[in-house]
Design a protein around this ligand. Structure first.
Ligand code: CAA
Length: 384
């Protein structure tokens, strides 16, 4: 067993941290208020290779491994979790499934522009009536003479307002219930209309949009096998959840950094508040949980990179890291007291941003279900 990062992983971590500290963190509060970050940032991330970290060089990426990719997500999210999720969805929910399931032609057409950051990717699975029960989706794709007519609505699509490539899931067999009869398609921005930009509790710098789709696309836009798209969605989420775990670790680390600095600076009752055992225990618990979450995330990333099963590992990492981020960002506010509740310090933003990590890419309840199914097998209907 080797807990060291490789020289290449450390180099990519250093690059992402330096960029995030210089170009992202100082602006994150403004972007939170503005409900957007400047789109030029994506161009800069693309130039640095951070929009295709774990995509092979032959496909336009930086050619690093999946562990390097989660290190990048952790660093970006430590600075601004909205930037973190933008990169996470672009990479692991759009680019990587196209790489894994695309034909030679699809890979050649769609992956290099995504990996270079010339086009941003989105993942369109969720619908108003299909969130945790993703298999209940109603967007339809009906055969035409030489392709498919895709029609329906999608909800809460990260990057939806500016993405150029959408991995979109639609029902191709109306007779089949649930997850069966779902197919994956690759759509362009021209095929979808943004109907609403969501207002959220946090993660304000990222875009979350509702979409309407009513488009005829050629047969070559079908990804993988007809009626087997749900497997693509699920295996995509297996990897995506590791990225959200990394995002949660980044947010929690940022909160810890502020809380620790405050504890050694702030004085009360004639001493540093960090000299009180009550504060020491809080900081110790923060450090402990963040370390445990990070280890789970790195283990899951290593398992994916090594080609090992990682469904349960990813769900465990995401579940523990997201609950850690929610708990420990709240503790950071507690350590800062009244200051923590104001916008003078960033911990209130971290707290708002952390909450979503327990919800998207599968709620904590879904993660526990996924872990239990891996332990016990899938129970009969009604048994879960
Ligand atoms: N890998 C590959 N295939 C898988 C799989 C996996 N991990 N898990 C299931 N499958 C396959 C099954 O083998 C089955 O295939 P066949 O039909 O060929 O046998 C098919 O998928 C259906 O599986 P289930 O019967 O288990 O499906 P289900 O309806 O019981 O649902 C679920 C399972 C785990 C609850 C699933 O619906 C789920 O994960 N829900 C949560 C949805 C979610 O995470 N949404 C996130 C939205 S994206 C997002 O949030 C992005 C963002 O903005 C950050």
């Amino acid at each position: 067993m080797d807990f060291d990062l490789t020289a290449e992983q450390r180099e990519i971590q250093r690059l992402a941290r330096a960029f995030a500290e210089a170009e992202i963190a100082p602006n994150a509060a403004d972007w939170d208020r503005a409900h957007a970050f400047p789109r030029e940032l994506l161009g800069r991330l693309g130039e640095l290779g951070l929009l295709g970290v774990c995509v092979p060089e032959t496909d336009g990426g930086a050619g690093a491994d999946f562990v390097s990719y989660v290190l990048v997500l952790e660093e970006l999210s430590r600075a601004d979790a909205g930037v973190g999720v933008t990169v996470a969805v672009h990479t692991s929910a759009c680019t990587l499934p196209l790489l894994a399931h695309g034909s030679v032609e699809q890979r050649a057409e769609f992956v290099p522009p995504l990996a270079r950051g010339e086009v941003i990717g989105a993942f369109a699975l969720t619908e108003p009536g299909a969130g945790s029960d993703a298999g209940a989706l109603r967007t339809r794709a009906e055969r035409t003479d030489d392709g498919w007519h895709v029609s329906g609505t999608k909800q809460w699509i990260t990057n939806g307002s500016f993405a150029g490539t959408f991995l979109l899931f639609a029902r191709t067999d109306a007779e089949r219930e649930g997850a069966r009869g779902v197919t994956a398609f690759v759509l362009d921005a021209a095929h979808v209309a943004v109907t609403r930009e969501e207002e959220k509790l946090g993660l304000n710098s990222s875009s979350t949009a509702d979409l309407a789709v009513d488009a005829v696309v050629p047969a070559e836009r079908l990804l993988g096998e007809e009626n087997h798209g749900f497997r693509i969605a699920m295996s995509t989420l297996d990897g995506g959840r590791i990225g959200i775990g990394a995002q949660a670790v980044g947010i929690a680390q940022a909160a810890y950094d502020v809380a620790r600095a405050y504890a050694v600076e702030r004085r009360a009752f004639g001493q540093r508040i960090g000299d009180f055992q009550a504060i020491q225990h809080k900081l110790a618990n923060m450090a402990l949980e963040i370390d445990a979450a990070r280890l789970l995330v790195y283990r899951a990333a290593w398992a994916k990179q090594a080609g090992h099963p990682h469904t349960a590992e990813g769900a465990m990492a995401k579940l523990f890291a997201s609950e850690t981020a929610r708990r420990q960002t709240a503790e950071a506010i507690q350590i800062l007291g009244g200051y923590g509740y104001t916008k003078e310090f960033p911990v209130e933003r971290y707290y708002r941003d952390a909450k979503i990590t327990e919800i998207y890419e599968g709620t904590s309840e879904i993660q526990r279900l996924v872990i239990a199914r891996e332990l016990l097998g899938k129970p009969a209907v009604g048994g879960s």
